[in-house]
Design a protein. Structure first.
Length: 179
C-alpha cells in the first residue's frame, strides 16, 4: 500500500493561511463567478481520508453549511470531548503524538491522506511526514496572521513539480518531498 500525506492549502503572498483574526474572507478576494475548483475536486478523488486539527474542524463547523466532506475525517484534539450526532460515522476524534495518530489511521486502511490546518501541517512537517505540498498563492498581503510555515528542527527539501494559473491571478505550485 503506497502511503502519501499531502497538503492542499491557500496562502497569502506573505505566507499566511488566515488573517490576524483567524478569518478566511480574503480567500474570496479574486472573483470566481464560474466557481472553478482550482484542482480541489480531482485532488479529493485521489485521497482516502482527511486529517485536521481542532481549530480547522471548528472553522469548518462554523461555515453554516452541512458537513462538506464525503471522505472520513480524523480530527486531532486533546480538548474536544465528543462529536455532534450528525457527524457520527463521518468524523473521528484522535489524540496522541503525530506518529501514533498516523499509525492508527494507517491501521484502518487509509493510505492517501489530506493534511489540513496550520498546527497539524506544522506538526507533520516537524516529523518529516509530508510527501506533497499543493499551495495556492492568493495575491494579497495580509500583514500578519497564522503562517503556513514556522520553525522546523531540520531542513526539508522539496522538488517543484509544476505550477498552474487559475483565474489569471492565483498561482498553484505542486511540490514533492525529496527523500
Amino acid at each position: 500500500m503506497e502511503t502519501k500525506n499531502t497538503v492542499f492549502i491557500a496562502q497569502s503572498l506573505d505566507g499566511y493561511i488566515a488573517d490576524k483574526n483567524g478569518g478566511l474572507e480574503w480567500l474570496e478576494t479574486i472573483p470566481n463567478p464560474e466557481r472553478k475548483d482550482m484542482g480541489y475536486l480531482p485532488f479529493m478523488e485521489r485521497i482516502d481520508a482527511i486529517v485536521m486539527g481542532r481549530s480547522t474542524y471548528e472553522v469548518v463547523r462554523n461555515f453554516g453549511i452541512p458537513w462538506p466532506y464525503t471522505k472520513p475525517v480524523f480530527v486531532l484534539s486533546h480538548t474536544i470531548g465528543s462529536l455532534p450526532a450528525e457527524l457520527k460515522g463521518k468524523v473521528e476524534l484522535l489524540k496522541g503524538e503525530v506518529t501514533e495518530v498516523l499509525q492508527s489511521i494507517r491501521s484502518k486502511g487509509y493510505a492517501r491522506l489530506y493534511i489540513d490546518g496550520g498546527v497539524t501541517i506544522h506538526n507533520f512537517l516537524k516529523e518529516d511526514l509530508i510527501d506533497e505540498l499543493i499551495i495556492s498563492r492568493i495575491p494579497i498581503l495580509l500583514g500578519g496572521g497564522i503562517p503556513l510555515f514556522k520553525d522546523f528542527p531540520n531542513e526539508l527539501v522539496f522538488k517543484h513539480i509544476k505550477s498552474e494559473l487559475f483565474l489569471n491571478e492565483i498561482v498553484q505550485d505542486h511540490y514533492e518531498r525529496k527523500r
